[in-house]
Ligand binder design. Structure first.
Ligand code: SF4
Length: 669
């Protein structure tokens, strides 16, 4: 039979939500390429999704349910049927509920798939079960809180306005790794004459493609923003007319806060020379339309929300919002305006239950009581690798009295600790509805190929478990497509003008972004002073790790060839990544008596991880960098980078603090 072509969507935790064209032959995906008609990604994919068919048909794919036949973590399993697996799970959960209460069961999921139905349908099941709730805050809730402090619920501006900018600041944004198509737009602006500058904690891969890079001390971004505002006001580069008409609290900010951030102090806090601060302030203040593309990493510190809050004040101080191409973009939260409650079904939760912060899984499994967590169900996430404080997580997963079920495509680090593993579909095998985080695109995807082996989608797995548990709600008997239809049939002004007919053929739709210039804050103005918060004005305070007496700040940055712990199943991508390395400045290495290429141990009170050392000027003095999250199976030692990260939380939002840790580094001997 001749090959057929199908439209689909990249399902991963990336703002670009690229459109895919999938070639199918004999029921198998034989090629995956970018969809040139996708309004945002326009036919290009990152290296991870190029050859996605190799993930979909990987020899590592799980094809049947598996029952553990050996000790936890050992990876010994025997195939069983879905019917037997569902029966075993239901029996065990009913026993846990009878003995400890339903809150002794904890769901755990994150961003393995970002489609609205497959990602969120488990909420309804666990609400119905009465299980503990999971606070899904591993990514960047502090970024949202910092933004909200100033901008309230103001929707994101059209990210394509960057094309009209004359100065693009990539702030804490390794755009080449995390938003390739956002970066393409910035480079397009550059070709039209804009300067593209980067502010980050080390010379990331993106640094090679920008005009200038400013390397700041980890966690000092907020101090930099306050210092820039000090200079802008000192030099009269602020916009009094805009501030008077559109902002609240400028006078208080200028009188009470900014005098505390003179260039000498900000230089000491950020590590930037005074001259660089002056140049940055001049460039930002004199640009016609400066555009800040805000990354997420700078929010993953104990002062993360405050960092973002201070940066978010900048475009108001210069009045950049008023000029096409000016402003700041932190991501689109609600493209499509979908009523997700139809999927998550809060109404299924009969009584209040406790909430467990996902960044504190180690604590939850090891120390939480009343009731102790006795059942764990993990889906589209790999917490043994991605959750902070890996040793605490692995201790918890090793508990012989913990009943763990993992629904996955591969035998991940977490799946190896499961009592039961259920095989999951890839995004090419199930229906879903996607919305972009880096654009206002939405897209519907239907299966391009049949399920591989006996794998089932998240929704199908929860339908199976609902039946085994005796849930009779009609909700659990709908198909995924019926759920998607409900979301689409519920009107929203965000979808006004959507060509539903074209949309139903699988084409992405670019929704019209909200008109700029309306501030959805309690005051109706940009809130440089927010009286509802403590403190009401932005400021700077140190991150957690300043209190750790160890020589190096550890940056756990994103990688080009993996995304969180996804794509480790692809040998070729791991080879391109070049192994699990620790980047260190050559002068630091010399002082430590370490040499390029040697095996080293990075250590702190939480753990010890073996890396191959790479000495490079990309890492500034005092900072070491470990990019990507590796599976234990492919690590040079028995732990990966999150054995060094902590369960501490951000100042607001309960977020992760992956970048807020210190380590020592020594020879592995
Ligand atoms: S990971 Fe991001 S850039 Fe890569 S294909 Fe998916 S959405 Fe596009």
């Amino acid at each position: 039979m001749a090959p057929t072509m199908h439209r689909s969507v990249c399902p991963y935790d990336c703002p670009d939500t690229c459109g895919l064209l999938v070639t199918v032959s004999g029921g198998r995906a034989t090629a995956v390429q970018g969809d040139p008609e996708h309004p945002h990604s326009r036919g290009t994919l990152c290296p991870k999704m190029t050859h996605y068919e190799q993930t979909v048909h990987s020899p590592r794919r799980l094809t049947t349910p598996l029952l553990a036949t050996g000790p936890k973590g050992g990876g010994a399993f025997a195939p069983i049927s879905w019917e037997e697996a569902a029966q075993r799970i239901a029996e065990r959960w009913k026993a846990i509920i009878a003995g400890h209460g339903a809150q002794a069961i904890l769901p755990y999921s994150a961003g393995g798939t970002m489609g609205l139905v497959q990602r969120n349908c488990g909420h309804a099941f666990f609400h119905r079960l009465g299980a503990s709730r999971l606070d899904r805050t591993i990514c960047s809730p502090a970024k949202g809180e910092g933004w909200k402090a100033v901008m309230g619920r103001t929707p994101a501006l059209d990210p394509d306005t960057v094309l009209d900018s004359d100065l693009v600041l990539l702030w804490g944004c390794n755009a080449l790794a995390t938003t390739l198509h956002g970066f393409q737009r910035a480079r397009q602006a550059r070709r039209a004459g804009a300067r593209v500058w980067l502010i980050d904690t080390y010379h990331t891969a993106t640094a090679a493609s920008v005009d200038r890079t400013f390397v700041v001390r980890p966690g000092s971004d907020g101090a930099l923003a306050l210092g820039l505002m000090h200079l802008l006001v000192r030099d009269g580069l602020h916009d009094p007319a805009f501030l008077a008409a559109q902002a609240q609290g400028f006078q208080e900010l200028a009188e009470r806060v900014l005098p505390q951030y003179p260039p000498e102090r900000v230089a000491a806090l950020t590590g930037l020379p005074v001259q660089a601060l002056e140049e940055l302030a001049q460039a930002y203040g004199r640009a016609r339309a400066p555009f800040i593309l805000l990354g997420s990493g700078l929010s993953r510190y104990g002062n993360g929300a405050m960092n973002v809050r201070a940066i978010t004040c900048l475009p108001a101080v210069t009045g950049a919002w008023a000029r096409p191409g000016g402003g700041a973009f932190k991501g689109v939260d609600d493209a499509g305006g979908f009523d997700l409650a139809q999927v998550t079904r809060e109404d299924f939760q009969a009584a209040p239950v406790r909430t467990v912060n996902m960044n504190r899984l180690g604590h939850a499994l090891g120390e939480l009581d009343a009731p102790r967590v006795m059942g764990l169900y993990v889906y589209h996430s790999n917490p043994a690798a991605v959750a902070p404080d890996q040793n605490a997580v692995l201790r918890g997963l090793s508990r012989t009295d913990l009943f763990t079920v993992v629904h996955e495509r591969f035998l991940t680090d977490t799946a190896r600790y499961a009592d039961l593993v259920l095989p999951a579909t890839s995004s090419l095998e199930h229906s879903d509805l996607y919305r972009g985080g880096g654009s206002y695109c939405i897209q519907r995807a239907r299966p391009a190929i049949p399920a591989v082996g006996e794998s089932r989608s998240n929704w199908q797995a929860f339908q199976t478990l609902a039946e085994a548990m005796g849930f009779t709600e009609p909700y659990f008997r709908q198909s995924a497509d019926e759920l998607i239809d409900r979301l689409l049939d519920t009107p929203s002004p965000r979808r006004d003008g959507l060509d539903r007919e074209a949309f139903e053929t699988g084409r992405a739709a670019a929704l019209r972004p909200p008109a700029p210039g309306t501030w959805l804050t309690p005051s109706g103005r940009i809130e440089l002073l927010n009286p509802a918060l403590d403190p009401p004005l932005p400021g700077y305070f140190p991150r957690h790790a300043e209190a750790e007496d160890l020589p190096f700040s550890l940056m756990t940055g994103p990688a080009l060839f993996s995304l969180n712990s996804s794509f480790q199943e692809r040998d070729a991508l791991r080879e391109r990544a070049g192994g699990m390395r620790l980047l260190m400045n050559p002068d630091d290495a010399r002082e430590q008596g370490l040499a390029d290429g040697q095996a080293v141990l990075a250590a702190n009170p939480r753990g010890e991880v073996r890396f191959q050392l790479e000495t490079t000027e990309r890492a500034p003095r005092g900072v070491v960098v470990a990019e990507g999250v590796w599976w234990l199976a492919f690590a040079p030692g028995d732990r990966t980078v999150n054995a060094l990260t902590s369960q501490r939380l951000t100042d607001q939002g309960g977020g992760s603090t992956f970048y807020d840790n210190r380590v020592e580094v020594r020879s592995a001997g």
